[in-house]
Design a protein around this ligand. Structure first.
Ligand SMILES: NC(=O)c1ccc[n+]([C@@H]2O[C@H](COP(=O)([O-])OP(=O)(O)OC[C@H]3O[C@@H](n4cnc5c(N)ncnc54)[C@H](OP(=O)(O)O)[C@@H]3O)[C@@H](O)[C@H]2O)c1
Length: 232
């Protein structure tokens, strides 16, 4: 292991979109940043576009064995994680609604967007505890907010609603360890997921996560948008 004195952040789904912009922002603040993609090649290609101390890691958050392997890789580079950003996610609800969606699709989306974040946080816990005041940040969505739920976006909405719930519960459970857990709503962002019509740039979508990762604040169990607490 080659330990660094820099703060260390893990950004899931860091190879593109909002995650890539988060990685870029943290590298600019002199963090060591581990970025993940499902394919190592994709993570490596993204890492090559970034400057600074960046480590590409293969990770499929829907699979526990992949999470274990990724944590083993992370341990080769660092004995602690100051920040874990659960950003990876899928939006697979084209052509379905709450009346037509199959169990398999509901389960698959929840498995990635919600259970993936919970299981990765569990797996990273020893590394988070080894940091002085670690932070977990979950990329949620307006579609997960009580007033944002849409019958036309069934599995995604439920997965982010549940991710918000997990944020509250993880915050409770990790408070005794001095680890904060918060969620962000990045807004509608121009990415592969958000599409070209989205009004926000990836950098705008990434701003609140970067701020929560780096600012001197210890709030926990909250949902944030544009650096402000908003209602779940
Ligand atoms: N764009 C928006 O308007 C918007 C709005 C609200 C919230 N969000 C949230 O923001 C986050 C990032 O979205 P984005 O817009 O940047 O989307 P994106 O460009 O489609 O990127 C999605 C990322 O998630 C990764 N990912 C997907 N499934 C995964 C899995 N099973 N295991 C590990 N990684 C996986 C992808 O990695 P691969 O390259 O390996 O597929 C990719 O890096 C998501 O959680 C999304 O729900 C986005």
């Amino acid at each position: 292991m080659t330990a660094t004195s820099k703060p260390v952040a893990l950004v899931t789904g860091g190879n593109r979109g909002i995650g890539f912009a988060i990685a870029q922002g943290l590298l600019a603040k002199d963090y060591q940043v581990m970025i993940t993609a499902r394919s190592l090649t994709s993570a490596e290609q993204a890492a090559a576009k970034l400057s600074g101390n960046v480590v590409p890691v293969a990770l499929d958050i829907s699979q526990d064995d992949s999470i274990e392997q990724a944590v083993a890789t992370i341990r080769q580079h660092s004995d602690r994680l100051d920040v874990v950003i659960n950003n990876a996610g899928v939006y697979p609800d084209e052509g379905v609604n709450i009346l037509t969606i199959r169990r398999e699709l509901l389960a698959a989306t929840l498995n990635t967007n919600t259970l993936g974040a919970i299981r990765l946080t569990q797996a990273c816990l020893p590394l988070l505890k080894a940091a002085a005041a670690a932070r977990v940040i979950n990329t949620s969505s307006g579609y997960g907010e009580i007033n944002g739920l849409s019958a036309a976006v069934p599995s995604y909405c439920l997965s982010k609603l549940a991710l918000n719930g997990a944020t509250i519960m993880l915050a409770q459970a990790l408070q005794p360890h001095g680890i904060t857990v918060n969620a962000i709503d990045p807004g509608w962002v121009k990415t592969d997921m958000g599409g070209d019509a989205a009004p926000r740039s990836p950098e705008q979508g990434a701003d609140t996560a970067i701020w929560l990762a780096t600012a001197a604040l210890r709030e926990t169990g909250k949902l944030w948008r544009d650096r402000q607490v908003i209602a779940f």
